[in-house]
Design a protein around this ligand. Structure first.
Ligand code: ZN
Length: 261
């Protein structure tokens, strides 16, 4: 093992990612999850809804919830996530769901897993998505009560311009194939919205080595890829997904700092 590899030996470490919907984990930090798993960390995921209000409007909510739960399980497996919990909070309603109930679920996951690092959304919710912002607030609230027992908390943000680059590459590929251009990225029509108001990163992680798995994980979220730019990306394009940004909350940093560029 070279010194560089030893520096990325995460055996005995645990990372917990907390997000709102199936697909958030893959687009936001799929590379980080895979890199931590590659290094021997135990990687876990808590997803607070089943995404039943997603854009596959032809599908009944209960059926969509079941399908998206399957999709996140498959995506997680590709990313090396070994523990996936999906709870039944109502998609689209997290800001109006009893905060104490949501925080109970987050607290339970942290108590069970005792993670060294927790990763969740930043205050911008990627593009001001209310569910994302609610998860950011609930996770921060839980961790803030833990004093010396608190894990290192990181907010995952989208590098500004990254989703625009994906959208433009996909549009070029669609046009070259004589097809109509993609309309959205994971249900969001404006590719410039992603990360437009993200806090500056304190940690930039090069995940090009994991980018093909990240793209493969995103493809598992098939219900979200109707007329979607991501469905046009080839493996050659995966490097467009190869940089991830994180913002350390507070002063207690975690083992993922060793992945910094
Ligand atoms: Zn989401």
């Amino acid at each position: 093992m070279t010194p560089a590899n030893r520096d990325r030996d995460f055996t005995g470490r645990t990372l917990l990612a907390v997000f709102a919907h199936p697909d958030d984990e893959s687009i936001t930090c799929g590379g980080l999850l895979a890199a931590c798993s590659d290094g021997g960390a135990f990687v876990a995921l808590l997803c607070l809804t089943r995404g039943e209000a997603g854009p596959a409007t032809a599908t009944a909510p209960a059926a969509l919830a079941a399908t998206r739960t399957t999709e996140i399980g498959e995506a997680a497996t590709l990313l090396g996530v070994r523990d996936v919990v999906v709870t039944d909070h109502q998609d689209g309603m997290l800001p109006w769901t009893d905060a104490a109930v949501v925080e109970r679920d987050i607290r339970a996951a942290i108590a069970r897993l005792r993670p060294d690092v927790v990763v969740t959304f930043g205050a911008d919710g990627l593009y001001w998505h209310p569910d994302h912002i609610a998860v950011h607030e609930r996770v921060a609230a839980v961790v803030s009560t833990m004093a010396d027992q608190a894990p290192a908390l990181y907010f995952a943000t989208m590098p500004p311009g990254a989703v625009r680059a994906v959208f433009d590459r996909a549009t070029a590929r669609a046009r070259a194939a004589g097809s109509t251009a993609p309309r959205q990225v994971l249900g969001i029509a404006d590719p410039d919205a992603w990360g437009a108001h993200a806090a500056p990163p304190t940690l930039v992680v090069d995940v090009r080595a994991q980018a093909n798995r990240k793209l493969a994980a995103l493809r598992r979220h098939a219900t979200q890829l109707d007329h979607d730019a991501l469905s046009w990306l080839t493996d050659e394009d995966a490097s467009l997904l190869g940089t991830e940004h994180f913002h350390l909350a507070g002063t207690r940093s975690g083992f993922i700092e060793r992945l910094g560029a």
